[in-house]
Write a protein that binds this ligand. Sequence first.
Ligand SMILES: *Cc1c(COP(=O)(O)O)cnc(C)c1O
Length: 232
Amino acid sequence: MIRENLEFVENNIKKACEKSGRSRDEVTLIAVSKTKPVSDIREAMACGITVFGENKVQEIREKTEIIKEPLSWHMIGHLQANKVKYLPGVACMIHSVDNKKLADEIEKQCAKHDIKMDVLIEVNMAKEDTKFGLSPEEVTDFVREISTLPHLNIRGLMTIAPYTENAESNRVYFKGLRELKDSINSLNIPGVNMDTLSMGMTGDYEVAIEEGATFVRVGTGIFGERDYSKKA
Ligand SMILES: *Cc1c(COP(=O)(O)O)cnc(C)c1O
C-alpha cells in the first residue's frame, strides 16, 4: 500500500511541478511518519524515501534509536524549549520556531554541540485560534530579533493551512507565505536569505507546490489514516 501511495503522490508532485514550470528537484517530499510504526518507515525507505517528519521529540528519539540508516529527520510539530536538548545530532531541521525563548534554547543547545541548526519560522497564516505560529505581521520583527543567533540558520517559513476539503481555498495562504518570504529577503537583514517554504499536506500539497513550496509534508497520503487510539 505504501509503495502505491508513494507512486500516486510522486506523480501528483511531478504534475504540479510541470503545471507551474518548476523543476521536480526544487521540491522535497517529507514523509510524515508520526504515530506510524518503524516497519512503515522501512517500507518507505525501500521505495527510496530518505526524509521523514515527526511532531514529537520522544518519537523521533525512539525511532532514530532503532533506525540507524542515514536519513533526514525533520521536527515539524510544536516544540517546548525543555525538549530542544534532545534534537542536535538527531533532527536536521526544526520547522516550528515561533517564539524567542525557543530560539534562545536552540541557540544554547546547538552552541554546546558546535553545530548550526536549520530552522523555519512557523506562521499562522489564517490566524486560527487552534494553531501555533506567529501571525504574518509579527514575522519580520521576529526574524530580525533572532537573526543574530549564530547557531541558527534561518532557512525560511512554514505554515499549516486550515483543514479543508477544497485545496484551492488554501492557495491564498500559500501565496501569502511566499510573498512574506520574498518581502523579508528584500530587506537584506544580515545573515538572512531564506530559500525554503514548508507548506502543503495531504489535502493541499499540489496547490502549495504551484505557489512555491520547497518542502511538502505528507502523512496520510503515504501511510494512511492515523490511529490515535493505540500507541504507535
Ligand atoms: C501531521 C502533520 C502533517 C501531515 O498531515 P497529513 O494531512 O496526514 O498529510 C504535516 N505537517 C504537520 C506539521 C503535521 O503535524
